[in-house]
Design a binder for this molecule. Structure first.
Ligand code: ZN
Ligand code: ZN
Length: 97
């Protein structure tokens, strides 16, 4: 794996086939790329284990990470910092003079 190159990092949050969990795709194209986001998975053919790995390509149109106006791009679909702030605001209100 060559993880030293900067990546776009856009996410796609999908449910798995069994519906009891979720999977996250992460775009491995360079930052600022055009067109669709994409992640490539290298797969073994389970019916032909001697064959070479083949790429499975997933593409999607939108970065589904939250782009928070205050805290920037979050690793998931929500902003923990904003949730913390909201909680603090709620607490401080009754104490205001
Ligand atoms: Zn991307
Ligand atoms: Zn935020």
């Amino acid at each position: 794996m060559s993880d030293d190159k900067p990546k776009c990092g856009a996410k796609l949050f999908i449910g798995d086939d069994f519906g009891d969990n979720s999977a996250t795709m992460t775009c491995d194209l360079p930052p600022g790329h055009g067109g669709l986001h994409q992640e490539t998975f290298w797969r073994h053919n389970p019916n032909d284990l001697d064959a070479d790995l083949k790429p499975a390509l997933v593409t999607w149109p939108f970065d589904e990470r939250l782009h928070c106006k205050k805290h920037g791009i979050q690793p998931s679909g929500f902003c923990p910092a904003c949730i913390d702030e909201e909680f603090e605001d709620d607490e401080s209100e009754p104490i205001s003079f």
